[in-house]
Design a protein around this ligand. Structure first.
Ligand code: XIL
Length: 363
């Protein structure tokens, strides 16, 4: 055993010790081992470039732990083409500069999503449904083509399935205008624009809703049979403390059996609950107790263990957090409830959840 390896083991036991004797971690923001240096796969986080680009402490932590960058919303369609014929590239270009400068893989989130389609696109498609196909082709070719070889992978279609249960999201303007073919067309256009990009279908609750998972797998196997260029499945993995590990494990196994890349693309773990809609938070817990912190550390560790044990190495695209600290979490803003879903706390200090995640990583 070499010295570095023993030191590494020593550090791990030390942090485990801190967790289990129940001390608050006193470590400063980056006086802890780097996540990505301790992982065999990419570790990422989503970031909102504004205000992140002015937040030197958040940048320091982000650079310490992550080697993959996902834009929170900066790369969505309503940001890129807010008006007909107008493309706004400057923020994406700044993100590219940041990622390149800091040696981070840039992940593209996302190309086609009902929730980030600009109003003007919806309006036009309602009047002239066939127009949407030409628009989609131009949008994807221009966007993916511009960042060819720079963006490593894309969420090509996000949340194309119904929120719950079987079937596609038929009320989406994309489905309404073009039928179910819009999904495979998006993959075909993206692949033509950058044949080397890893192309994902990304969705939420597929780890817990077996009907939804099966609908997705049916679509994926059909694409594979017909040579539609899909290369990965993204589990958003916005989970809750009470989602059983056995169910998550079974879903990961079924998805990994496709042989595709598996990305845990938007990980966070909440204590409270919500109805999946904006403002739909249901506050069950008002404050975070010590017991809750340690239970969350265990849940993060379980998730890492499942990913490592179930997804074959060559299919591990990586684990990406949807924000790395509770201060900035989207959960509070979006669902209008308080919660503590991430690995760093409101003061940007590592939580037990961080150590749970770190200690479960195997190199
Ligand atoms: C969220 C952003 O984090 C919020 O800031 C925004 O208000 C709404 O979108 N699934 C996704 C992400 O695929 O794009 C969403 O991001 C979170 C749920």
């Amino acid at each position: 055993m070499n010295i570095i390896f023993s030191l590494h083991l020593y550090m791990r036991s030390f942090f485990l010790f801190i967790i289990f004797i129940g001390f608050e971690a006193v470590a400063q923001q980056t006086d802890v081992p780097s996540l990505h240096h301790n992982a065999n796969f990419h570790i990422g986080t989503s970031v909102r470039f504004v205000p992140f680009s002015k937040d030197t402490l958040a940048q320091k932590i982000q650079q310490h732990h992550f080697n993959s960058y996902t834009a929170g919303s900066d790369m969505k369609m309503y940001q890129i083409t807010p008006k007909p014929g107008v493309y706004h590239w400057s923020r994406v270009d700044s993100i590219v500069d940041y990622a390149v400068k800091n040696n981070q893989r840039l992940f593209g989130h996302n190309l086609i999503w009902h929730s980030s389609t600009p109003k003007w696109v919806e309006k036009k498609a309602k009047k002239n449904p066939e127009w949407l196909d030409g628009f989609m082709k131009e949008y994807i070719s221009t966007y993916v083509g511009r960042y060819k070889g720079i963006v490593d992978g894309w969420d090509v279609v996000n949340e194309g399935l119904n929120t719950k249960g079987q079937g596609l999201r038929t009320e989406s303007i994309w489905f309404k205008s073009l039928g179910k073919k819009y999904i495979e067309k998006a993959f075909i256009y993206a692949h033509a624009a950058d044949p080397d990009a890893i192309l994902f279908y990304n969705d939420f609750n597929i780890e817990r809703d077996s009907l939804k998972l099966d609908s997705m797998l049916e679509m994926v196997y059909d694409f594979l049979d017909r040579g539609v260029p899909i290369s990965g499945i993204g589990f958003q993995m916005h989970i809750r403390m009470d989602i059983p590990n056995e169910i998550i494990a079974r879903s990961l196994k079924k998805a990994a059996d496709t042989g595709l890349q598996i990305h845990l693309s938007e990980v966070d773990i909440i204590f409270n609950t919500h109805d999946d809609s904006k403002g739909g938070g249901i506050q069950l817990y008002d404050h975070l107790t010590k017991e809750m912190k340690f239970a969350q550390a265990q849940k993060y560790a379980d998730l890492v263990n499942m990913y490592q044990d179930i997804v074959p190495k060559e299919q591990q695209y990586g684990i990406t957090f949807w924000g790395f600290n509770d201060r900035d979490t989207w959960i509070r803003r979006f669902f209008k409830m308080n919660d503590w879903p991430t690995i760093y706390d409101d003061n940007l200090l590592p939580k037990p959840a961080f150590f749970g995640f770190l200690n479960a990583l195997k190199i």
